[in-house]
Design a protein around this ligand. Sequence first.
Ligand code: GRF
Length: 210
Amino acid sequence: MKKRLVVFASGNGSNLQALIDACAQQRLHAEVALVITNRRTAYAAERAAQAGIPHRYEPLRPWLQNGKERADYDAYLAEIVAEQQPHAIVLAGWMHVFADLFIERFYGRILNVHPALLPAFPGAHAISDALAYGVKVTGVTVMYIWPGGLLSYDNGPIILQEVVPVYDDDDEDTLAARIHGVEHRLLPEAVRLHIEEKLEVHGRHVRLRP
Ligand code: GRF
């Protein structure tokens, strides 16, 4: 039976597309059961529609405007996710930090992709930060999300990492393109290892099962 993925995305959704393609090409024996976006402009929603995948647009702002808390929104999203009974929840450019109540409920099933070699360059500007710092290599990290708030996002147990070179004539666009190319291979591969239950987590260490 195919494993079920729920994908959260706030932007272009190229990593979502990589997952959709990997499923279609059966590199991943899974289906994207639901895509959730939180920005009206997220092209990820269009990608879901084109692939015939259910999509929900669930912005935080109306909740806050109605006097609710961020935690209420997160609890609501957790219910939506739980209904799907997903094997993996993939944060693919999801620009919202979930409260621990969400992360603890699905702990060990939430994967995140980050455009740098963590622990270098955490946060929302990893590509421009790496470029500004003058590093010769950066890369891609796919990891599990840990509870613990904003800082936990970029420091969970690492599943896969790959180095990406930085060239002297790179600008943000050229470096981003090279990084995204690697993300689109690494994220589906990490999801595959997870759903095929090939991974063991020992503290911060993720190992391939023998
Ligand atoms: C990716 O660079 C990912 O590493 C980061 O957000 C970006 C999302 O890109 N978390 P896309 O929306 O998948 O194209």
